[in-house]
Ligand binder design. Structure first.
Ligand code: SF4
Length: 277
């Protein structure tokens, strides 16, 4: 049996940075809160919580302390609300997510109708929406474009959630191009995401089965699963080594592994070890 891990699997720099910011803050301070998970990996979040980080769903339950902004960002109105309450803000937003927010803000200032390519319910998308004002639409795929609305607009701008697939961005941009007078496109998919997707795709093509490791709530992991499935190879999404079902691997000789941006190197090693033994 051959087990191969795709290049660029596991933690990206934005996730490493966010974890480091929380760890450093935990060493010096108390009452540290994060609105939603700091990154989309329940195991890593659990570990940080055991060291003192508190994950909250609503700002109203805290009166004082520190609010850490998660790696995938936050809506500006929530940051304002926290500042008004007197909370100290520590920003762990990935700089690449910030870049999307800035482009969205600029498009709003320049009076463009903004198309955000992203998962409607994902925290990063909700954060970006917060910078767009009222003239925007969130589009998950080509069929989700509100064409009637676009036909009323003169200037259209496109930004993308950082973890979207480049193929989805290309398809939506091509459709919008044919419907618009003036189109400004920002390719805001992060470089790490593109490298991960390409590596997963290549590995899937030479594997009998693919195991993709990452949080079930992780957008970039879900994209890796999609990209791998598109090659026609059987692909399974797991969060930890305990999720492996060995029936999937029966009679398979080439096993490929890919891992999302929030998956730790230890989790990847555990999966490799369990399959091998
Ligand atoms: S996947 Fe890209 S945008 Fe998201 S946290 Fe990592 S480096 Fe930043």
């Amino acid at each position: 049996m051959k087990i191969e891990v795709a290049n660029h699997s596991g933690f990206c720099f934005g996730v490493k940075r966010a974890i480091k910011i929380v760890e450093q803050t935990l060493k010096k301070e108390q009452n540290i809160y994060c609105l939603g998970p700091i990154i989309h990996n329940p195991q890593v979040v659990k570990n940080l919580m055991s060291r003192g980080l508190k994950i909250i769903k609503d700002l109203s339950i805290i009166k004082e302390g520190i609010l850490v902004i998660p790696a995938h960002g936050l809506e500006p109105k929530l940051i304002k609300k926290a500042t008004k309450k007197g909370l100290k803000i520590i920003d762990a937003t990935c700089p690449l997510v910030k870049k999307v927010q800035k482009h969205a803000e600029q498009l709003k200032k320049d009076k463009y109708h903004i198309i955000i390519i992203g998962d409607k319910n994902h925290a990063e998308t909700k954060g970006i929406v917060g910078f767009c004002g009222t003239n925007f639409q969130v589009v998950e795929n080509k069929s989700g474009i509100d064409i009637k609305r676009l036909q009323k607009e003169k200037k259209i701008g496109i930004v993308s959630q950082t973890t979207q697939s480049i193929w989805n961005l290309r398809e939506i941009s091509m459709t919008v191009l044919l419907l618009s007078n003036e189109l400004r496109i920002y390719n805001t998919i992060c470089e790490t995401t593109i490298r991960k997707q390409n590596a997963a795709k290549k590995l899937a093509k030479r594997s009998d089965v693919m195991i993709v490791i990452g949080g079930y709530n992780s957008a970039n992991t879900k994209r890796l699963v999609e990209v791998s499935k598109e090659t026609g190879v059987k692909t399974y999404h797991i969060e930890t080594a305990q999720d492996i079902n060995f029936i999937w691997l029966k009679d398979k000789t080439k096993i490929g592994i890919s891992a999302g941006a929030s998956t730790s190197p230890e989790t990847i090693k555990e999966v490799e070890f369990l399959i091998f033994n």
